[in-house]
Each structure stands twice: as C-alpha cells, then as structure tokens.
Write a protein that binds this ligand. Structure first.
Ligand SMILES: Cc1cc2nc3c(=O)[nH]c(=O)nc-3n(C[C@H](O)[C@H](O)[C@H](O)COP(=O)(O)OP(=O)(O)OC[C@H]3O[C@@H](n4cnc5c(N)ncnc54)[C@H](O)[C@@H]3O)c2cc1C
Length: 394
C-alpha cells in the first residue's frame, strides 16, 4: 500500500473511480466495480485503516473500523412490511448467493457454511408467524426448522434453526483486498478531511464511492457500541443467538480458520465508551453458558490432546456504523466540486450479511452515472448503463 501522496503503482494514468474505505462495504464495492469497469477505469481504494488478518494481537486499529471487530454471521431479520428491512433482505439474499459460491470455489477466503440456531425469550409476532417457506423466500437460506418444545432451553419461548454462514471478518477482508490487488486495483493510505478530498487522490477522478462507514459528519450517523469477547473456543460448529426478554443479546459465533469464537455481545446505541468493561465480559460469558450445555468447555486442545481452560484472547469493542433511517445507498450529483458521489455507508450491525447486495447496487449506480456499459461480469448479466441486471458472481 502506498503511504505517500500518490496512489500505488506507476502505470500510465487512466480515468479513475475512488472508493473511500477498506471495510467490508468498500472492499466488496471496489471488487464489483472492478469486475464491471476494470477494463476502462482504474479503481483506487483510499482509506485510513486497512485489514489485518490476525485478531487478538495488540493493535492500534480503532473501534471505528467496524469490519475488524464483527462476529460475523448471517442472521436474517424478518421484514414484517418494513421498507428498509425489505431492501436489506434483498441485499442479504444477494450476499448469500455469493457466500454459497465462495464456500465451494474459494474455500480459503474466510466464509464457512454452518447451521444457525436462534432462541427468543419474548418472540415478536414477526418471528412467531415465520414458516420454512416464508423464511426461505425472504432470505434464500434453506433448512429452516422450528425447534420442538423439548429442544428449547429454559426460559425460551421460540427456537428455530437454518443453514447460514459465518465469516472470519479480518481474514475475509484481507482476502478481498488481496483479490482486488491481484486484479490490478490500486490503493492509497490517507486520512481524508472530506469526501471532496478524494477527488484529489489521483488524476482524473470521475466518481467517488463513499464507503466510509460513518459518512463524514452525516448528522443521522450514530455508533452502536458492541462489546464481545474473543475466546479460544474451537469446537463449536454452529452459530447460536439468544434474544433475552430484557432486550439483551447473547451469541456464540465461531471464527473458523483458527480464529477462535466470538462470545457476545452488547448493542449500545450512542455509547462512545472505548474501554471494555470487565463486568460486561463476565456477564457475556455467564449468559453464553445458557446457549448450549458445555459450550464453554469446547476449548482448543494442547499437544497432549487435553483441552485447555477457557481463555479470553481479547476483549473487543467496536462501533457499528448506524444511521437513522437505515443505510444510505444513493448517488449524489454535483455536490463535491462538480463530481458525483455514490454513498454507501451506515450499514449498522449488518455490513457483512448485506455487503455483496449493496456492492452490486453501488456498481449499478456507478455504471449508470458514468454512462459506461460494463463488460460481462463472471457468470453473465452485464451492466449496460445500469439498466440491465448486474449479476456479478464475485
Ligand atoms: C461487535 C460487532 C459485531 C458485529 N457482528 C456482525 C455480524 O454478525 N454480521 C454482520 O453482517 N455485521 C456485523 N457487524 C457490523 C459490521 O461490522 C459493520 O456493519 C461493517 O463492518 C461496516 O462496514 P463498513 O465498510 O461500512 O465500515 P468500516 O468497517 O467501519 O470501514 C470504514 C472504512 O472507511 C475508512 N475511513 C473512514 N473515515 C475515513 C477518512 N476520513 N479518511 C480515510 N478513510 C476513512 C476506514 O479507515 C475504513 O477503512 C458487527 C459489528 C460489531 C462492532
């Protein structure tokens, strides 16, 4: 990555699209745009913070760089007639198509197919009325099964399971960045003062994608603090979530590829506190015991085959970039010194599970705005001035 004032590589300059942000939204957007327009334009990612693949080491990665701190699993939310949730459900469905392909074709990338199990102590009607058919239609995920009463832990009124995915978030982001670089993508390490500054990152910037997470001073932005514990648990082969009657959450999300298991977690809107609280850690571990009998003893084994004691590798605090009214995905014309900006920020707690759907919509907006037909992306379905379906199989 370049650290100077020029974007990396000294190839002859071509018109460029600059993507602000190396989080999951910036990386997937950059890859999708690259697949559609990489033969015509340079795609440059500019960001302050970049993926590192090993969680648990001492790091100066900020809590604001949410993608490094996510669990992350796909856990659909019932749409229940809500316009924004409906939009997100379509993004999620599109993302799961990509995850399904990646599990088979790119097993190293950081995605694992697993069963997902959910327990609710006080289930809203939107969960109660779900059926295997409605769940499958809304999410594209197969294997929905309502748990029988005898299978429910104490205090749980509703339980169900389905086929889903877990993402080792730092590893996945690092893998996507590598793919982007291998396909000719350029990078620049920069702290930008504004979206407008991105137009000066290199010569002839035609459009900027704002995937900055928080959106440069958007008053609708607020952080949702998440404290979790990264543990040495390794033998958990499903992702389990419990919604408690008091509004708190408990979950275990395995980070396959040797990443331990994330035990979580809090969801605290507008809480800017950075330091993890030991008392919260204790509560999270205690609550996790109720997820599955013996869960906390499924630790990594030593050379002698004996299970090691439970260890918290890192107390994690991350800020989910949340936005009143939901994620902003739209094109804004002529605002930044005449240039067009496609905004894609404010994914809240769902950035990974909706990422590829958002990236495809961003790409359609970019192609439409630049008035360029795209080349046939892998798997067919070219974007012609944004009017045709964009079905990149990235
Ligand atoms: C504890 C926790 C658990 C989560 N669990 C899940 C889960 O299970 N499933 C799920 O789908 N999601 C989950 N999330 C949410 C997910 O992490 C976020 O939605 C997602 O990471 C947001 O990605 P992003 O690319 O929009 O932003 P970020 O990951 O925050 O990336 C922003 C990028 O923009 C750059 N940037 C910002 N401002 C500037 C600037 N001024 N100049 C230059 N660069 C800048 C940053 O350096 C960074 O590269 C979780 C989040 C947390 C914290």
């Amino acid at each position: 990555m370049a650290t100077g004032t020029q974007a990396s590589r000294s190839a002859p300059p071509r018109p460029a699209v600059v993507v602000i942000g190396a989080g999951i939204i910036g990386l997937t957007s950059a890859l999708c745009i690259q697949a559609a327009l990489g033969d015509k334009l340079d795609i440059v990612i500019v960001a302050r913070e970049w993926p590192h693949a090993v969680a648990g080491i001492e790091t100066d990665t900020s809590a604001n760089y949410a993608s490094m701190w996510a669990g992350a699993h796909v856990r659909p939310i019932p749409v229940n007639g809500d316009v924004q949730l409906d939009r997100e459900a379509q993004w999620l469905k599109s993302t799961c198509e990509t995850f399904k392909r990646q599990v088979v074709e790119e097993p190293w990338i950081g995605v694992t197919a697993v069963r997902g199990r959910e327990y609710l102590e006080a289930p809203p009607e939107s969960y109660v009325s779900q059926t295997a058919e409605s769940f499958g239609q809304e999410t594209g995920l197969p294997g929905y099964r309502r748990l029988a009463e005898g299978e429910l832990p104490e205090g749980v009124k509703l339980g169900f399971e389905y086929d889903t995915y877990c993402v080792n978030s730092p590893l996945y982001c690092a893998s996507l960045l590598k793919k982007f670089l291998l396909c000719g993508g350029r990078t620049a390490v920069r702290q930008l003062a504004s979206v407008a500054e991105a137009f000066a990152v290199c010569a002839d910037v035609r459009l900027v994608v704002n995937a900055s997470g928080s959106g440069f001073g958007d008053p609708a932005y607020f952080p949702t603090r998440g404290q979790t514990a990264l543990t040495n648990l390794t033998g958990i082969n499903e992702t389990i979530t419990r919604q408690n009657a008091d509004g708190t959450w408990s979950f275990a999300i395995p980070r396959f590829f040797g990443g331990g298991t994330v035990i979580g977690g809090t969801k605290e809107p507008n809480n800017w506190a950075l330091a993890p609280l030991p008392s919260t850690r204790d509560q999270l571990l205690k609550a996790a015991q109720k997820l599955q009998p013996g869960l906390l003893s499924k630790t990594v084994a030593g050379d002698d085959g004996a299970r090691q004691p439970l260890r918290v590798i890192a107390d994690i605090v991350g800020r989910r970039p949340t936005r009143q009214g939901g994620m902003r995905v739209e094109c804004q014309d002529g605002q930044q010194g005449g240039g067009a900006v496609v905004h894609a920020y404010g994914a809240g707690g769902r950035g990974f599970e909706i990422s590829w759907g958002v990236a495809r919509e961003v790409t359609v907006l970019v192609v439409q705005r630049l008035g360029l037909g795209s080349r046939e992306p892998r798997g067919g379905g070219a974007v012609e001035n944004g009017t045709a379906r964009h079905k990149s199989r990235l």
